[in-house]
Design a protein around this ligand. Structure first.
Ligand SMILES: Nc1nc2c(ncn2[C@@H]2O[C@H](COP(=O)(O)OP(=O)(O)OP(=O)(O)O)[C@@H](O)[C@H]2O)c(=O)[nH]1
Ligand SMILES: [Mg+2]
Length: 383
């Protein structure tokens, strides 16, 4: 081999080595690029399936249980029917409320003197009925017993006067259906933090599902991630889709997406849960106003439910006033009436807002929510 041939062979070998290296680099670069595909920020979190985890290649002879198991399909619960729920809740309310028992005891005393009437007034005031309604009730009752004398049973008269006070003529139907154009009804849940908005949203979804309605939930409380998580748990239990966004997203945009999903999938009702943690009244007005406006670019909000905690008394009334100024409230949900001796707040809050109590929460259980009817409520109070 002469010198020239040797040089040519060395040159060819060098090119091959360098070329192979470059080819390898390109492949590597491609693989890296493939891995770092841009993520779609801001998309719906719940409908996105989990990224599959890459398993190490299995070692020969390894046990078959190292193969990742399929996630178990969620068990869809069947919510309790409204009829049986009402019976159970009535018993619970009757069992926990001392107001009715106290009133009946006083009324069954032989002689209804001034002291007894004063004790009756005190009982009503303690139950948060409010000063003016208490006076009305006592005056009405005294007059009837005086005029009708022995012809009227004090217990029956008390029942009638209490029902009158709770106002049986108010329209308490929930507006959960849309107009005839096939659009869903939209329910907006508002209220101070901790009153039970998310819980009530979940419970209400169950009532609607038990009535064979299709429901979408919107987690517009984007204040903290746990809020959307809490609502998702409620939704999963009854197979209801929950629309949510990353923590800190504009609540109005989640509300918009929820209603859009409801329109696209042809559901009957969209329920939008909101945050209660707002620093001041101006912020509240802005945020709730915007949520409602943005929803109504697509379809009207059919019901705005103000969720109030029955145990908060006068504070609850102040909150009710602030919220009703921020957004037109069309119904009240009174939660935590179980174990509360403050059932009278029903009367006070209806008077304050001129808006009916439509639902009552009587426990932390998933089906502890019932439609409010004045007769059943008073009967439960009186036991
Ligand atoms: N006893 C009882 N507890 C209830 C009732 N409704 C809600 N709760 C409880 O009240 C607590 C607060 O409920 P949430 O639904 O998280 O309240 P929220 O208004 O969504 O609170 P934020 O999201 O912080 O604004 C929870 O522990 C619920 O279980 C009820 O009717 N009775
Ligand atoms: Mg909440």
């Amino acid at each position: 081999m002469d010198m020239v041939t040797l040089i040519v062979i060395i040159a060819v070998a060098a090119v091959a080595i360098i070329g192979g290296g470059i080819a390898g680099l390109v492949t590597t670069t491609r693989r890296r690029k493939g891995r770092s595909l841009p993520t779609e920020a801001g998309t719906d979190v719940i409908t996105r399936p989990e990224e599959p985890t890459v398993e190490e290649p299995s070692v020969e002879g390894a046990e078959p249980e190292t193969v990742p198991a399929e996630p178990a399909a969620p068990v869809i619960e069947k919510p309790e029917s409204t009829a049986s729920r009402l019976v159970r809740l009535r018993q619970r309310l009757a069992g926990s409320n001392a107001l009715g028992r106290g009133l009946l005891n006083l009324l069954s005393t032989d002689k209804l003197d001034e002291d007894t009437w004063e004790s009756i007034e005190d009982l009503l005031l303690t139950a948060d009925i409010g000063v003016a309604p208490t006076q009305e009730l006592v005056d009405g009752l005294r007059t009837r017993l005086r005029v009708e004398g022995g012809k009227v049973d004090p217990k029956a008269a008390l029942r009638e006067e209490l029902i009158k006070l709770v106002d049986p003529d108010m329209d308490r139907r929930l507006q959960v259906s849309g107009a005839d154009d096939g659009a869903p009804g939209v329910v907006l849940m508002v209220g101070v933090n901790g009153t039970g908005k998310t819980t009530t949203t979940g419970k209400l979804a169950r009532i609607l599902v038990s009535e064979d309605r299709k429901v979408v939930l919107g987690a517009a409380d984007t204040f903290r991630a746990a809020a959307a998580e809490q609502l998702t748990t409620w939704g999963e239990r009854v197979g209801v889709e929950v629309i949510r966004g990353p923590e800190g997203t504009d609540p109005a945009s989640v509300a918009f997406d929820s209603v859009k999903e409801g329109l696209d999938t042809g559901v009957d009702t969209v329920i939008v849960d909101t945050a209660g943690r707002l620093q001041n009244k101006a912020g509240l007005m802005d945020e709730l106003g915007k949520v409602k406006r943005v929803i109504e670019k697509q379809t009207p909000v059919t019901e705005v439910l103000l969720v109030l905690d029955a145990t908060t008394g006068q504070n609850g009334l102040i909150q009710a006033r602030v919220f009703s100024e921020a957004v037109a409230v069309s119904g009240i949900v009174l939660t935590k009436l179980d174990g509360s001796a403050k059932g009278g707040i029903v009367v006070a809050v209806q008077r304050e807002l001129g808006v009916p109590v439509k639902l009552v929460g009587l426990g932390e259980g998933p089906d502890d929510l019932a439609p409010f009817t004045p007769e059943a409520f008073v009967d439960a109070l009186l036991g």
